[in-house]
Design a protein around this ligand. Structure first.
Ligand code: ADP
Length: 425
């Protein structure tokens, strides 16, 4: 339509005289007068010609936005649609000898285009409704599936809560719920491991406690049922006392282990290492003297570390006690303290029975003893090294054991050195 406007504008610009009659003869052949209305204005928006004579706007000032814009030198086109009719508006300036002398404004009612737009609108509406229905149906089906999967997770949780740690949650798919079910299965696997560890611990502990209790019962029955001289009775009562003492030591160690297990957060203080080693030596000197074992010490430094003094005492006590228990009589035990790579290293070397290579991997397990008879006779419970390893681990330390059968064993424990002032870093 804008082309028609341009043609009309060119024809009018070439007219010698511009009035209603000359404009009419210049533009009357350009369009269908029923559908198209042509209005020509001068540069002051005053109508010079209107093709619709019945409703003529002749001599009126028309301030339509299209006319105002085109008088600013622009070609204007836009259309609107309502009730099945497409109404287009266009306006172009009339320029004669490079001067704007007015504008041509055209409107056209197009029912054919209107029908196309109407059917397009209808189709879009239909498609939107269909899409909407599809979305609703899909959401209902999808949420049904998800609800079923969530129910499955919840029922699995209930099964596990009731104590069945062998249960596995099978959830097909590859979405977040599936990831959740994998995490859930992982958690159950861990629970299962810790539950079986706990069961083993309880049965091991009761087994270990049963042995001294059975001895006490046997010894006391013998005293009651047999005629014995005072000497033998004294000997039996002494044995009962020794067994009771073993029970006492074992329950102390079990308590220490459960304290470590149930309190994973570590309290700590900055302490020097030598005073604790010396305290242990003072405590164990009678036991060493009993077997004629000389305790030698070598301290190159006295570093500070971050640990509870009680914990360090437990570690060193258990290791030195083993060094005495599993040593040969009339030999020596060396304790050294050095620093390596910013660690305080405590080494305890004995000249005793040693540990067979295949047993080395197990000595930190609870209740494990290489030679049960020997360990029992020395009052061992198989808990000492397990306590030591737990304390060392939770204080960021490391423990290594080297041993040669019949030659001796060296246990080294290291803890990071912690200087006063490090806590501010
Ligand atoms: P126990 O109370 O029986 O000594 P531990 O946990 O301290 O328990 O040690 C576990 C086992 O490791 C001991 O029973 C012993 O067989 C072996 N063991 C530990 N330390 C030494 C050592 N210094 N020399 C030889 N064997 C050792």
């Amino acid at each position: 339509m804008i082309e028609l406007c341009n043609i009309a504008s060119d024809r009018i610009a070439e007219l010698d005289v511009i009035n209603k009659t000359t404009i009419s003869s210049a533009v009357s052949d350009l369009s269908n007068p029923q559908r198209t209305r042509i209005i020509v204005t001068d540069r002051n928006t005053r109508v010079l010609y209107d093709s619709w004579e019945d409703e003529s706007l002749d001599a009126k000032f028309l301030l339509y936005p299209e006319i105002v814009k085109s008088l600013d030198g622009n070609n204007v086109f836009h259309w609107t649609y309502s009730n099945g009719i497409m109404l287009s508006h266009s306006a172009v300036p009339i320029t004669s000898y490079e001067t704007q002398i007015g504008c041509v404004y055209m409107t056209e009612h197009d029912t054919e285009q209107g029908a196309v737009i109407y059917s397009l609108q209808k189709n879009i509406l239909m498609i939107s409704i269909t899409l909407g229905l599809v979305v609703i149906i899909f959401s209902v089906v999808f949420s049904g599936v998800q609800t079923r999967r969530l129910r499955k997770i919840m029922s699995s949780m209930r099964i596990v809560r009731d104590g069945d740690y062998t249960h596995k949650l099978e959830l097909p798919g590859r979405d977040e719920l599936n990831l959740l079910s994998n995490e859930f299965n992982d958690l159950i696997a861990r629970l299962q491991i810790s539950e079986s560890k706990r069961n083993r611990f309880v049965s091991d502990a009761s087994h270990e406690l049963k042995t001294p209790l059975a001895s006490i019962k046997l010894l006391s029955d013998s005293i009651l049922q047999n005629e014995m001289d005072t000497e033998t009775i004294k000997e039996f009562v002494g044995d009962i006392g020794a067994e009771a003492e073993r029970l006492n030591r074992m329950s102390e160690k079990l308590l220490a282990l459960s304290r470590i297990d149930s309190n994973p957060s570590v309290d700590a203080e900055i302490i020097n290492v030598i005073p604790t080693i010396e305290r242990v030596i003072r405590m164990l000197t009678p036991a060493a003297q009993k077997n004629n074992i000389t305790v030698k010490t070598e301290y190159l430094q006295d570093p500070t570390i971050l640990i509870l003094e009680d914990d360090l005492y437990q570690v060193i006590f258990n290791l030195v006690e083993n060094g005495i228990k599993y040593n040969k009589s009339d030999s020596s035990l060396s304790i050294s303290l050095t620093t390596e790579n910013n660690n305080a290293v405590i080494k305890i070397s004995d000249m005793g029975v040693g540990i067979p290579p295949d047993a080395l991997a197990h000595i930190f397990e609870r209740f494990y003893r290489v030679d049960k008879a020997r360990s029992r006779s020395t009052g061992g419970s198989g808990l000492g090294l397990s306590i030591v390893r737990n304390i060392v681990k939770r204080n960021n330390g490391e423990i290594h054991v080297e041993s040669v059968l019949d030659r001796g064993t060296t246990v080294s424990v290291s803890f990071p050195i912690f200087e006063i002032g490090d806590e501010n870093q």
